[in-house]
Design a protein around this ligand. Structure first.
Ligand code: ZN
Length: 381
């Protein structure tokens, strides 16, 4: 099958972020051969590597559906633990093994092959494009976000986006994602006064207020979730203090926590809530407390309607499942598309993504191609 061959060819490029190792050339050549207009976008920024991206387009006018994907992969980890060479895709017992098999080179191959089949047999009444970045697993600074900014500057308009991330937990067809939670990381640094543990009257221990702030935050019930979202969730990810000894009260203590939040909150509402808890704990101003926020994603939800119905009915028809429209999991580049168009995500099983011996069923890759083909047929019907 052509789709398996293309999957293997994509996996054989060692495209660990930010290096693309020819993977975008390979795609560009394939898409150019079937009439796509391909444009490459190499972006640079301070303190982050340069990254190459591909925007390929065929047809004209509305409706315009864009496939969003990434060719970069995470590092292989302990190479000796792999059963097969992670960059020489191997088929065994109906599975393809290799880095990027699940996340998400097979899905790109599936979409490209579905497209070829669609274009061969139908007259395209609208536009199909692929926005493929090599910066999704990394900092995501020189990737999808900048390509979208650039193509919109040049007058592009996308109506709907289908992201090919692996969305299914165990079986193909279980899950379609129509939104994602936001992600806010907060760092709190409390400065006290270092000194001898035997003389508390001469010291100010920064760990005390830090732990009570974190405790207050941990005990908050942020919300109970919505029809489409699980409850917002806070996790402490790091607590540390300045180096000392067992008889020294440290000078500073730092806590870091991440909140995955749904549409009941905004980054501003969460930040003011956090700030209020911190000010309350330090009413006498004894401690110096520095707070820094990094909001890497805003929550979003695609309105259920024609597009989500097309995706769901195509998935269900091909896989025989009754797929769920969900918002679970981490962030993806859907967070950038959502500022421009409606977006839904459907791809393979994500269970082995980023793992040693990453693999997917060849049968699932073929079915995914059929799902994508049916989506195209219904989208342009
Ligand atoms: Zn991915």
């Amino acid at each position: 099958m052509e789709v398996i061959e293309l999957t293997k060819a994509l996996i054989s490029c060692q495209s660990v972020t930010p290096k693309n190792d020819g993977v975008l050339d390979l795609l560009e050549k394939d898409l150019s051969n079937i009439g796509f207009d391909c444009r490459r976008y190499l972006f640079s920024d301070s303190n982050t590597p340069d990254v190459d991206n591909l925007f390929a387009k065929i047809g004209s006018g509305a409706p315009h559906i864009c496939f969003g994907g990434h060719t970069d992969v995470v590092p292989v980890g302990d190479i000796d633990a792999w059963s097969f060479d992670p960059f020489n895709a191997t088929e065994k017992d109906g599975k393809v093994y290799g880095r990027g098999a699940s996340d998400m080179k097979s899905a790109i191959a599936a979409f490209v092959c579905a497209l070829k089949e669609y274009i061969e047999n139908n007259e395209l009444k609208g536009t199909v494009s692929l926005l493929i970045t090599n910066d999704e697993e990394g900092p995501a600074i020189n990737g999808t976000k900048k390509v979208l900014e650039e193509i919109y500057k040049n007058g592009e308009k996308i109506d709907s986006c289908l992201v090919g991330e692996p969305t299914c937990p165990r079986k193909l067809g279980e899950m379609i994602k129509i939104g994602r939670r936001g992600s806010l990381t907060t760092t709190i640094k409390v400065s006290g006064k270092q000194g001898h543990v035997a003389y508390p009257e001469w010291t100010l221990n920064p760990i005390n207020p830090l732990t009570s702030i974190l405790d207050a935050l941990c005990n908050l019930e942020l919300d109970q979730g919505t029809e489409d979202f699980p409850p917002s969730n806070m996790e402490i990810v790091n607590i540390s203090s300045s180096q000392g000894a067992t008889n020294v009260v440290p000078q500073t203590a730092t806590g870091v926590f991440n909140i995955r939040y749904n549409i009941n909150h905004t980054k501003d509402s969460l930040q003011s809530m956090i700030q209020e808890i911190i000010s309350k704990s330090n009413e006498d101003g004894k401690y110096k407390i520095d707070i820094s926020f990094n909001n890497s994603a805003e929550p979003f939800l695609t309105q259920k309607g024609k597009f989500t119905n097309i995706v769901k009915s195509s998935v269900d028809e091909i896989t025989g499942m009754n797929s769920a429209l969900t918002t679970t999991g981490g962030t993806s580049d859907a967070r950038f598309f959502k500022d421009y168009c409606e977006v839904a995500e459907f791809g393979l099983i994500g269970e082995t993504a980023h793992q040693i011996d990453e693999n997917v069923n060849t049968h699932d890759i073929n079915n995914l191609k059929d799902v994508y083909l049916l989506i195209l047929k219904k989208y342009f019907a």
